[in-house]
Design a protein around this ligand. Sequence first.
Ligand SMILES: Cc1cc2nc3c(=O)[nH]c(=O)nc-3n(C[C@H](O)[C@H](O)[C@H](O)COP(=O)(O)OP(=O)(O)OC[C@H]3O[C@@H](n4cnc5c(N)ncnc54)[C@H](O)[C@@H]3O)c2cc1C
Length: 378
Amino acid sequence: MKIRIIGAGPAGLYLASLLKAADPHHDIVILERNRRDATWGFGVVFSDRALEFLRADDEAMYQYLTPHMETWPDLAIGHQGERVAIAGNGFASIGRLELLTLLYQRVEAQGIEIRFETEVASIASLGPVDLVVACDGAFSFVRRDHEARLGTSTDWRSNPFIWYGTSKAFDSLTLSFRQTPHGVFCAHHYRYSPTMSTFLIEVEADTWQKAGFDTLSPEETIRHCEAVFTEELDGHPIISNNSAWRRFPAVWNQRWHFDNVVLLGDALRTVHFSIGSGTRMAMEDAVALARALKQASSVADALERFQHTRLPVMQKIWDAANVSLRWYETMGDLMHLSPIELAYAYMRRTGRVSHEAIRRMDPRLAAAYERMHPETNP
Ligand SMILES: Cc1cc2nc3c(=O)[nH]c(=O)nc-3n(C[C@H](O)[C@H](O)[C@H](O)COP(=O)(O)OP(=O)(O)OC[C@H]3O[C@@H](n4cnc5c(N)ncnc54)[C@H](O)[C@@H]3O)c2cc1C
């Protein structure tokens, strides 16, 4: 088959690798607008569960990637100067550029061409092909140009966030909340290499206005954020990589394909960063599409099969992510809670984790909460 993949992010790269492994005769080219060494952001995380899924799907890829990851067993909440560790929340992380570089090497070793610095402007420009896979990210032009056929909805959420890094190597994935005169700041931070961490800051829209971020320069913005998180940063600087305030688009599509074109990864639907599943979902999409193409008798049949089999699993995580993001949109209302109560509220935010589940995951947290709220332990 002649296959053209638009976008060399995790979705496009992993799909290409899976398809070539399934049939070495496929003619696959990946078209990527950026340079090979250019990327935005810092590190990305995978939960233990996400890695289990990857292992079950593709042991070889799991073994290839995991030696490059940083891992830690707990997640922590920082609030009112205290730190509450929550057991049973193992995570692993890797620099986005390192992940992409590993995937570039894998794909190229399989004989697949990645054409960097090649921006695709239209599907027609690809010429006659059997299959076009749009892996062109959250702002996919393929999706934008065919919104009506795909039944696209884009829900722009209210919280501004900015994706920074820092040279401080944190020892776990931590959510640090800081009350300021302008409102609450939340930093999601985690180590992704021995010397670097992601440091993503999120605020409510009102806080962003009151802090005057609309008028601050990039340098002033960093200084302001460093001052809010002085204790967490411990003298380390906040580092920018073309970092800018953005709001999160929660994207969904009723239909995932048209003609011989299919969407994958963030182009297909976005997953809020607070559940750390965007990269995992992109890679799972690739597994599902590769499997459908192997099983089906035609491209049309495969694309139908892909949507049919992938939808239920994906919808569950997408729904959880959308509940999770709303929790941060009213985080100001939670700041009166004690650190234990906030950690507990965080764990229950998606409505999918029961008190019993917390008891199993972290008996100490459950017991501490029960002491404060005896009604939870009748
Ligand atoms: C602030 C933030 C934090 C995140 N944190 C995490 C996290 O902790 N864990 C996690 O798993 N995920 C995280 N994610 C999500 C994760 O980065 C994405 O879900 C994941 O990268 C999706 O992969 P993708 O391949 O679909 O898209 P992308 O990685 O976005 O790749 C799309 C590619 O397409 C290329 N492209 C776009 N248009 C064109 C064009 N016209 N022609 C050619 N090429 C084109 C782009 O240059 C890009 O390389 C985060 C995202 C954000 C915004």
